[in-house]
Design a binder for this molecule. Sequence first.
Ligand SMILES: Nc1nc2c(c(=O)[nH]1)N[C@H]1C(S)=C(S)[C@@H](COP(=O)(O)O)O[C@H]1N2
Ligand SMILES: [Mo]
Length: 540
Amino acid sequence: MTDDEKKQRSYRRPVRAVLGALSGALAGFTALAVAELVSAGVRPQAGPVVAVGSAAIDRTPAAVKDWAIRNFGTDDKLVLQLGILAVLGLCAAALGVLSLRHRRCGAGGVLLFGAAGAAAAISRPDSDGLTDALPSVVGALAGAALLYFLAGRLECDKPTPDRPDRAAAEDDASPGPDWDRRGFVIAASAAAVASSGAGALGRALNGSSSRNAVASRKDVVLPFPASPAPPHPRGTQLRIPGVSPFVTPNNDFYRVDTALVVPKVDATTWRLRLHGRGVARPVTLTFDDLLRRELIERDITLTCVSNEVGGPYAGNARWTGVRLADLLAEYGVLPPSKGGPADQLVARSVDGMTLGTPVEDVMDGRDALLAVGMNGEPLPFTHGFPVRMVVPGLYGYVSACKWIQDIELTTFDAYDTYWVKRNWAREAPVKTQSRIDTPKPFARPGAGTVMVAGVAWAQRRGIDKVEIRIDDGPWQEARLAAEDSRDTWRQWSFPWQATKGGHTLTVRATDGTGAVQTDKRTRTVPDGASGRHSVVVTVE
Ligand SMILES: Nc1nc2c(c(=O)[nH]1)N[C@H]1C(S)=C(S)[C@@H](COP(=O)(O)O)O[C@H]1N2
Ligand SMILES: [Mo]
């Protein structure tokens, strides 16, 4: 072999590997595109990426979920999906390279991924059974067939000891002397075009299945509530830049759920089943049944158990809905304190989530709602359209079921809900918390009067006092904004005479029972973070 020939052979390897990787990636793309198209005929949620992503969410340890929420916030699902696609892309490329030597293994690998997707789809709590496997299976078959074919086009005679220089005899930097360049290019291009078409068609079809839901939401006219919320007292909203608005606009309202694809439920076909222990007359209600009932409107602050001290997962909205206690009573439910046999209300959503709420809390006189409206409009899809629960004083994961479709009366002994199975507490009343919204951490305000302001919450108990401490100084009382209700957060402000240098500002609240917010730091797991929020600033 001449030096030139050696050089050429060393080119061929990388070129071949690149073409192999490309075949793999293309096969992966085809598999996903075909799966997307098939999922349109089954259920959008049965598509492999959504199924695997949802299964991954279910199996994510609480600590990791917490970390994901902390770092990616509401983008956590986008990050997860991109992560899955990146991993799939790399694996597909690797299978492509593998198939250069072992065609069957490469194609078999694609089928294995399909099997994993199918298994994930079938194991979803909202799965319709075996048909949910179809998108993954059909997609994988298409991908495997394509890879097998493309790898065949790339096949060449490897140099063997008795024909050491055959491969080197070719004079271009192609994968091998016998590779079917024409066949490869034609097949690859055709597959790319066809897959793009199939994928786009699948996307469009999946989108149209949600069109009815969108239309049904547009058609909702919320009746005027029989019991409207009183207007906000004057002075609930401070005029201080940087403080969280008293009412959180729907678009800014935090979102925490496990739904990789936001469920789009058609209100006209939606049903709510109420059944279980102590339900004298089980019933199935329609959306119109709910709207025809007496509606109430209440301001309620919702908080997530995953909210860190000082974190953003709290929001305040004006909710419209049916008083859940009245509805339960009408169908014969008694709270445990009056001899009712059920102490847990399990709410199930269309996406298979389960949340367990103490029946006693729901029926103790607080305004637990089956909400249909949020800040004057039908619930946004992301916040549970058409109907969700809202229970003042309890963290969202034990009370605020979105996209609800089933209420079962049972006991805490008999059933553990989704997050309880994952080591979160069975019962989780909201802990008293306060947050400094302004100044922001590491701000550099000028010396003189600096307005320190924020919000504090202790739903059901209310906020009676907020205090601020500068460095290790004494606690000084902040000025409280007007209280709207015991179930809403309350703004506060403190004019601080700031002196030059670094300072630590700490806040603590006292709730309506006189209890001072603890300084004992705990993690969010199992029943919500405790401790006090501090902000470090440098006064210039
Ligand atoms: N169906 C469903 N409902 C759900 C959840 C969920 O994952 N799925 N998450 C709960 C949690 S943990 C919280 S804090 C609230 C958040 O409601 P939001 O997204 O409207 O703010 O919804 C609750 N309801
Ligand atoms: Mo939550």
